[in-house]
Design a binder for this molecule. Structure first.
Ligand code: HEC
Length: 204
């Protein structure tokens, strides 16, 4: 019993001395059990700094810096729209080359084919797992769709489709648009367009 009373008293003293003084003001530095990162080397804005030639801590922006979230320069390549309007550009505003299409095929297969399917028919693997109403690129509405609008859909998404702008940079988005056009064209082609020497292989 004696030990109990003694330890009881000690615990009360310990609790009061730690918790009881919380919030009281003192000019003495606090007892710091875990300093965490209370003090660390850092540069304060507006402070002097002889590291930089200008003697300032805050440095001016690098030329060409744009604020996060502000639009890029308003040109079709960046926006998919005719400069100064909200109209989509009808055709792809970059030069089409075989390497662009190859790049587009690669990016398409990675980013789009899981939903839209390897041929663009909207029957990608995700449709077997509950993804509904995936657009079919061979739908005449999408065949006629302005290239800028497809670009815009990649950038910002549309209805059920999420945005892919963060995953696919601008040149690659146009490459994907070009590849989507190639998929559409492939299905619209007629027999006469196949080079003569390859027709036999098709007819088999
Ligand atoms: C996670 C699945 C998914 C992925 C990945 C995906 N899409 Fe889609 N996409 C959809 C769905 C679903 C729709 C139909 C959206 C709606 O109208 O509700 C759609 C619609 C579209 C449309 C038609 C938009 C319209 O105006 O009707 C285009 C064009 C398109 N996608 C292009 C792409 C391209 C290009 C990629 C690859 C960069 C891509 N999508 C990746 C699911 C996806």
């Amino acid at each position: 019993m004696r030990y109990f009373l003694l330890s009881y008293a000690l615990i009360i003293i310990a609790v009061v001395s730690v918790a009881g003084l919380r919030g009281s003001h003192s000019r003495k530095p606090p007892l710091e059990v875990f300093p965490d990162m209370d003090r660390q080397n850092k540069l304060r804005p507006q402070a002097d700094n002889d590291f930089f030639g200008s003697g300032r801590t805050s440095q001016p922006y690098v030329a060409g810096t744009i604020a996060r979230g502000t639009a890029y320069q308003d040109i079709p390549v960046n926006t998919g729209r005719v400069t100064g309007t909200t109209n989509f550009v009808a055709s792809i505003p970059v030069a089409i080359s075989e390497s662009l299409l190859e790049r587009g095929r690669e990016r398409y297969d990675i980013n789009c084919s899981p939903c839209h399917g390897g041929t663009g028919d909207g029957k990608g693997i995700t449709t077997q797992y509950g993804m509904v109403a995936v657009a079919n690129f061979h739908d005449p509405r999408l065949v006629k769709m302005a290239a800028g609008e497809i670009f815009n859909t990649i950038t910002h998404g549309k209805n059920l489709m999420g945005a892919y702008g963060a995953n696919i940079d601008i040149p690659d988005r146009w490459a994907v648009v070009a590849y989507v056009r190639a998929l559409q064209r492939a299905r619209l082609a007629v027999g006469d367009e196949v080079p003569e020497n390859e027709r036999a292989a098709l007819q088999q």
